[in-house]
Design a binder for this molecule. Structure first.
Ligand SMILES: [Fe+2]
Ligand SMILES: [Fe+2]
Length: 405
């Protein structure tokens, strides 16, 4: 998983600052712990007996989430006795792809990293750190989910289980590489702590399929777009991690293709009116979450020479075209009305964030938020109700994993 997927909820409910403190596990590094309550981190800091250096990390409802699902239902879905649509030879072919492990030797660092990090200063430095933290959390979230699925499906469907385990290998590598990037900034995410402290969002299996398919494909388009842009404009190549995105994104593409195969093996999730409504809902959630998140961080995208909104629209349009091959309905994102409504949501979200920044008491803040939340909800609904594009794969039998460049 490479991107942040959250159901769109506008309020920064958890805007607590978490202390950062030294931790012997990481030697001289400062360990960053993100938590939904400042209390737990404060307690942890006290337990460590180290002096806390204060730096704020905001966790909001738009931050990357961790997911869990109904594993019993998953087992039933992948039981070849029950589900006759499971095309085992297709999954075996995919397994061979994953076993090949194209990127086994790809994620090797060099001294350029630290040198480049030392040159990044001012506001861009903080934004870079935030980018690394959020990306690392999103990748790690994929690792946890896939690892658990690999473990739980072992008996029912060893082939699918092994693919999940190999995908968790990829995500662990991605998260680890990003975390090493943080070490260039003398920081490290405490992933063990994150595993225990973060809240897990429960999604039924079919929602996991829609959400993770989109996360993987949008992650692919984000990475490849940044990679291509920086290849053409090397003057913005301020940190070497982006040079790794070309091969890295092929991992995400393969993960997405696997979810595409999983969805095809469960045609009940693709072929009725409910599937169409959910497909549109998940597209909307993923696109809006990304757009709102990125528009709050324009300094990062501008820092690498991108126009945030142009970049996001490109990613959304390409992801939507890819998704239309499998989802039975997608949003009409190329209709100018779609972008107009996204921009309106950005405006409302900025007003919501501004309310949070005021010195008003919580009750006043909440009262001020009500009309804004209503306005955001009505924009979301109007976008959802825009005439959709009927889509989906006609030929379910044909499936070939392939590299997309
Ligand atoms: Fe990944
Ligand atoms: Fe992935």
């Amino acid at each position: 998983m490479a991107t942040e997927m959250a159901l769109v909820k506008p309020i920064s409910k958890f805007s607590t600052s978490s202390p950062i403190f030294s931790n012997s596990r990481y030697g001289k590094f400062t360990t960053v712990r993100m938590s939904s309550t400042s209390q737990s981190t404060a307690k942890a800091a006290a337990k460590g007996g180290k002096k806390a250096a204060k730096t704020a990390i905001k966790e909001t409802l738009l931050t990357p989430r961790f997911y869990t699902t109904d594993f019993d239902e998953m087992e039933a879905l992948f039981n070849t006795e029950i589900n006759k649509n499971l095309n085992q030879s297709e999954f075996e072919a995919l397994l061979q792809e994953f076993k090949t492990d194209y990127n086994q030797t790809h994620f090797v660092r060099n001294k350029e990293f630290k040198e480049a990090a030392d040159k990044i200063d001012g506001p861009l430095r903080q934004i870079f750190v935030e980018f690394l933290e959020r990306s690392c959390t999103a990748e790690f979230s994929g690792f946890l989910l896939y690892k658990e699925l690999g473990r739980r499906l072992k008996k029912t469907n060893p082939v699918v289980a092994e693919i999940f385990s190999l995908m968790s290998r990829d995500e662990a590598r991605h998260a680890g590489f990003l975390n090493k990037g943080l070490s260039d900034f003398n920081l490290a995410l405490d992933l063990g702590f994150l595993t225990k402290a973060r809240k897990y969002t429960f999604f039924k299996p079919k929602f996991i399929f829609y959400a993770t398919y989109l996360s993987e494909k949008i992650g692919y388009w984000r990475y490849i777009t940044i990679y291509r842009h920086l290849k053409e404009n090397p003057e913005f190549q301020c940190y070497p991690i982006f040079k790794y995105f070309e091969n890295w994104c092929q991992d995400e593409n393969r993960h997405g293709d696997f979810f595409s195969a999983l969805l095809k093996a469960q045609p009940q999730f693709l072929n009725d009116w409910k599937a169409k409504l959910w497909s549109r809902f998940f597209c909307l959630s993923v696109y809006v979450t990304m757009y709102l998140n990125d528009c709050q961080r324009t300094a990062f995208y501008e820092g690498i020479g991108l126009d945030t909104k142009e970049f996001d629209m490109h990613v959304i349009i390409e992801t939507n075209r890819t998704t239309a091959r499998i989802f039975p309905a997608v949003l009409d994102v190329e209709n100018p009305e779609f972008k107009r409504r996204l921009d309106k949501m950005v405006e409302i979200n900025e007003q919501l964030l501004a309310v949070g920044e005021t010195s008003d008491i919580p009750l006043v803040k909440n009262l001020k938020r009500i009309p804004l939340i209503a306005a955001l909800a009505s924009e979301l609904l109007a976008t959802y109700l825009m005439p959709p594009i009927e889509s989906g794969s006609v030929d379910f039998a044909e499936f070939e994993p392939q590299l997309v460049y």
